[in-house]
Ligand binder design. Structure first.
Ligand SMILES: C[S@@+](CC[C@H](N)C(=O)[O-])C[C@H]1O[C@@H](n2cnc3c(N)ncnc32)[C@H](O)[C@@H]1O
Length: 471
């Protein structure tokens, strides 16, 4: 048996031994031929709601289930927070090798990643001005590993290295680059594989469909759920979902699945930039969720040039929760600029453009301009903003499209990454182009309408004046 298939078989045997129930109607399949690693595929027709597999909560690789959490004070985990705590526990289990309950699970998890965290500088440069580059957070994570994780490992070296006689030296070595890299790999596994695990008895409010609200989701502990994380995703072909039960987590079919079809989870409506950052791959059908971010700094820059920058107005907007580090322009079909622009961006721009008297009046009432009402000046400002954003990309859409057409197959990893980066930046530039066109038209239309209304008002005034005069 080849090592890949052997690792899958050993993993499945361990999982069953741990109390998992796996339907004989699906199989864990080698999908490397389509560049998708392992995936789960139906071997027979599956009915809607049918159970695909059931994993006992005790098999989840989580802080709660690891013996490390019984030996290190709870306060230490609380101080680290859920993300670093799970990295710590995964490192502990991984370094424990065969002594770990999850040793055979680690054998089917990847040790190499294509996520942006692992891209070379020249590869990242191909993303050009995409905001995703600023979201990778490699330096921040490096700092956290050295400042937060390594000291905990040193403090509890004897526990962490299971009383190994070289425990102290091994703990010292954890700050070395190869171990920081290992921490990044654990972090990347969490990002692409972990689930927000709802508790056995939910204390949190869930909606009718059983989902916790967004705030509550943040509070849910993350856990690595074996087998559930072997499902790939597809933006349009999601056909399975994980259900959280008292003792188990059950993956069930959301619709009938035919023999031979792949079983897909839902990674959410992610733009391709984020799909690449978190999961290390993209497919065309995620283009429907693409966004381009307008950095807040660019808004202030354009406002300064347009002589409408106001520190005090930005402070007021901040108090009102409008200010962010960036604002999305999303894609939609058919394209509607009002739907596409983030409401915060419209409110921000309209506030900066208000005449003093009007601004003061709204501020006294604690109000803001309405996002659905974009003025001609607002559309014109946004048009300038979009043009400035386009300028931040070193090549334009036409150049990218031309060179994309001339490309042959991509045989090396670097070539594939370059091509992927180009798809991401082209997606963003396409949004900017249609937004630019729509805003130019809107600015013209609005200006025309407001000029018309002004003329009408003047004529009415003139008319009533005339009437007065004639009296
Ligand atoms: C939760 S895991 C799914 C199992 C994974 N294929 C494996 O072999 O371990 C997520 C990873 O699977 C891969 N993946 C998921 N969906 C994919 C798809 N539609 N096409 C290609 N790769 C996919 C990506 O590498 C992603 O980071």
């Amino acid at each position: 048996m080849d090592p890949f298939a052997e690792a899958s078989a050993a993993f499945l045997a361990w999982l069953k031994h741990s109390g998992a129930l796996i339907s004989s109607k699906s199989e864990l399949k080698d999908l490397r031929n389509i560049g998708a690693g392992r995936g789960v595929v139906a071997t027979q027709n599956i009915a809607e709601d049918e159970l695909l597999f059931r994993i006992p909560r005790s098999a989840i690789l989580s802080v709660e289930n690891s013996t490390l959490s019984k030996e290190i004070p709870k306060a230490t985990f609380e101080h680290l927070g859920p993300w670093l705590s799970l990295i710590l526990v995964m490192l502990y289990e991984y370094l424990n090798q065969d002594a770990s309950n999850w040793a055979l699970y680690f054998r089917v998890l990847p040790s190499e990643f294509n996520t942006l965290m692992f891209w070379e500088d020249d590869e990242l440069a191909e993303l050009q001005a995409s905001a995703v580059v600023q979201k990778i957070g490699k330096k921040g994570a490096d700092g956290m590993f050295v400042k937060e994780l390594v000291p905990v490992i040193k403090e509890f070296a004897q526990i962490f290295f299971s009383s190994n006689e070289e425990a102290i030296e091994r703990a010292e070595e954890m700050a070395q680059p190869q171990n920081i890299l290992l921490m990044h790999k654990m972090g990347s596994l969490i990002m692409a594989y972990a689930f927000d695990v709802e508790p056995a008895s939910p204390e949190k409010d869930v909606d009718e469909e059983g989902y916790a609200s967004e705030d509550e989701d943040e509070a849910l502990p993350k856990g690595m759920v074996p087998m559930a994380d072997m499902l790939n995703a597809d933006a349009d072909r999601n056909n399975a979902r994980l259900f959280y039960e008292e003792e188990h987590l059950s993956m069930k079919a959301l619709k009938p699945i035919k023999a031979g079809e792949e079983i897909f989870n839902d990674y959410g409506p992610l733009p391709r930039s984020d799909l690449l950052r978190r999961y290390g791959y993209i497919t065309d059908n995620y283009a429907q969720y693409d966004v381009v971010e307008i950095p807040h700094d660019l808004v202030t820059e354009v406002a300064v040039n347009a002589r409408v920058f106001s520190e005090s107005r930005l402070e007021y907007l901040d108090e009102q929760g409008v200010i962010d580090t960036g604002y999305d322009i999303s894609t939609n079909t058919p394209f509607d600029i009002h739907e596409s622009l983030s409401p915060e961006l419209i409110v921000l721009v309209e506030t900066l453009l208000l005449p003093d008297v009007e601004y003061e009046r709204l501020k006294r009432k604690g109000k803001l301009p309405k996002p659905e009402k974009m003025s001609a000046k607002g559309a014109d400002f946004l048009h300038k903003l979009v043009r400035a954003r386009i300028q931040q990309y070193p090549t334009n859409l036409e150049e990218d499209m031309r060179s994309a057409n001339g490309e042959a197959g991509h045989s090396t990893l670097k070539e594939r990454r370059f091509a992927t980066a180009k798809c991401v930046r082209v997606g963003e530039k396409k949004i900017l182009q249609v937004a630019k066109k729509a805003l130019a038209e809107l600015a013209k239309e609005e200006a025309h309408t407001s000029a018309g209304m002004k003329r009408q008002a003047e004529e009415m005034e003139l008319g009533s004046g005339k009437r007065q005069e004639s009296r």
